[in-house]
Write a protein of this length. Structure first.
Length: 290
């Protein structure tokens, strides 16, 4: 079982003026503690599940580029990029750039997008859900084509690229891994089976069934189910002094028993750094063999 850190909130006690050095410290601590992933939400406004929209929210890929310079081993990924936020040709280039500058640690986390008020607020077109899934599939196809160096024109229903040129190519071969977020059984999990190297699901009573649906899609498309990394969102609360570490270990054990290989999520009071150290010293060694 791998452990990944997601940082969903930047309204920290020190305020925006200290975010840069504090975020660097958090990232370095997580990297040295053995976190497999460092991830960010790809939002421009804070989401209502975390706080009011006026709370601080850093742009994801600028921040991941900064964190690439602050770390040396953790994979860098969004949970997840809304497909409507960036043109797919630009998104492919962004991931390629991050992969090169991080020494081959970039992943593409992507999904069909859901936050309509955010998109409308910034003037980002937000088509109906069926079209967003069509755009998601075309985006996956375009990224894969650009990463393998295929410059032939791409003619899709929503995107047309005359020359999808992409240099430098990503360092990661055959391409940066693709993590597709969401639990939709008919489209999202089918896209995981067809295009993804990982899925990300949210906790709930139907988690086991979602994995069964993914397995069925893999059978339908001739994909090895075991090739796909199954990740689950998770809140890491080990307590102020690590008193809840065993609870977290037990929870991760149950996820591992269901077939999940990674848990990625927020750490309570992450700016204090000490919870990251507890996870590194107590939780990660206890679950790495699961």
């Amino acid at each position: 079982m791998k452990v990944g850190l997601q940082i969903p909130d930047f309204t920290w006690p020190g305020g925006p003026g200290s975010l840069g050095p504090e975020l660097a410290t958090v990232a370095r601590t997580a990297d040295e503690a053995g976190f497999e992933f460092i991830s960010l939400m790809d939002h421009f406004f804070q989401i209502e599940m975390v706080g009011p929209p006026e709370h601080e929210m850093l742009e994801a890929y600028t921040t991941l580029g900064y964190l690439a310079a602050c770390t040396s081993r953790a994979k860098l990924v969004t949970l997840v990029t809304g497909v409507v936020y960036r043109h797919p040709g630009i998104l492919a280039k962004i991931i390629s750039t991050l992969d090169v500058l991080s020494g081959g640690r970039a992943w593409l986390g992507v999904g069909a997008a859901w936050n309509e008020p955010e998109s409308r607020g910034l003037g980002i077109p937000f088509p109906p859900v069926a079209e967003r899934f069509e755009r998601l599939e075309e985006t996956l196809q375009i990224c894969l084509q650009m990463w393998r160096g295929d410059e032939r024109p791409y003619q899709g229903r929503h995107y047309q690229l005359d020359r999808p040129l992409n240099y430098p190519k990503p360092l990661t071969q055959p391409h940066p891994p693709i993590l597709i977020g969401g639990s939709g059984e008919r489209k999202t999990l089918r896209f995981v089976a067809e295009y993804g190297q990982a899925c990300n699901l949210f906790p709930g009573p139907d988690l086991a069934r979602k994995l069964d649906v993914l397995r069925a899609h893999c059978q339908d498309v001739g994909r090895d189910y075991d090739e796909i990394l199954k990740t689950c969102y998770f809140i890491f609360d080990v307590g102020e002094k690590g008193e809840k570490a065993n609870e977290v270990i037990d929870q991760l054990g149950r996820l591992a028993g269901m077939g999940f290989q990674a848990a990625i999520g927020a750490v309570a009071n992450v700016w204090e750094v000490a919870p990251l150290e507890v996870i590194g010293s107590q939780v990660i060694p206890a679950v790495e063999g699961l």
